[in-house]
Ligand binder design. Structure first.
Ligand code: SF4
Length: 234
């Protein structure tokens, strides 16, 4: 669906509105062509709970990189059962992974930023491209306070030739997320109880100290400016 002038105007008016208002607008506006993109972190399970209360037929997908933690698969199962949904999986191309492992070894993503981005390209970006092919919009759990790379995000972002990106939680704090999870008894990834505020592939995620930024444990060997996998690049 094209971003008509009225859609752009409605989207601009959502700044300052609640996550519930933003998700309702997205589900009403885009119908079956909007999905929640979930890596099943704390923000994503909040989005799922809110969406389920607005329209139980909401859709969600995940990128199964093949390097996720068992705890992540466990919470996917819990979410599927609790909300009576079927998470749609998009997985990397097996032949491309086989070629990369044979040429570069099993852990080549630690060797340079370029090779780390190559791995994210194979395991995340290519499957994301297939996931997005039929979408008009996707809903994400980005928050401004998560990192320097996310400080300017808007509730709805439009990009030429790409699905609109809906960010209902831009203003939420980490405390807001956990208060919501507790108040609504939302299933969450148990790695969060063990010092992992942000969870991705287990080989590229470590625990963080209280004084560190919540995404400090993602690609911890890189500088903050490079720490995005490409999924949220403009
Ligand atoms: S997070 Fe790490 S293992 Fe996962 S796709 Fe990116 S580089 Fe590869």
């Amino acid at each position: 669906m094209e971003a008509t002038q009225s859609i752009v105007a409605e989207a601009a008016a959502l700044e300052g509105k609640s996550a519930q208002d933003v998700i309702k607008w997205a589900l009403d506006t885009y119908g079956d062509t909007v999905k929640i993109a979930s890596s099943f972190g704390a923000e994503d399970v909040v989005l799922i709970d809110i969406a389920s209360k607005i329209n139980p037929n909401f859709k969600l997908f995940t990128l199964d990189t093949g390097r996720l933690a068992q705890e992540t698969y466990d919470v996917i199962d819990e979410i599927n059962k609790k909300y009576n949904v079927k998470t749609e999986f998009f997985c990397p191309d097996g032949k491309a992974l086989e070629k990369a492992s044979n040429e570069l070894g099993p852990n080549f993503f630690y060797d340079s930023v370029e090779l780390r981005k190559k791995c994210c390209g194979l395991r995340k970006m290519e499957p994301l491209g297939r996931a997005m092919a039929s979408l008009s919009a996707w809903i994400c759990g980005l928050r401004k306070e998560q990192s320097v790379t996310r400080a300017e995000i808007k509730k709805v972002e439009f990009f030429d030739g790409k699905p609109a990106k809906i960010n209902p939680l831009t203003e939420w704090t980490e405390q807001d997320i956990w208060d919501y999870i507790a108040a609504n008894n939302v299933p969450y990834n148990k790695l969060h109880d063990n010092g992992y505020p942000s969870i991705g592939c287990i080989c590229c995620t470590r625990t963080v100290k209280r004084t560190e930024d919540v995404r400090a444990g993602r690609w911890w060997w890189e500088s903050p400016e490079t720490k995005e996998c490409g999924l949220h690049k403009k």
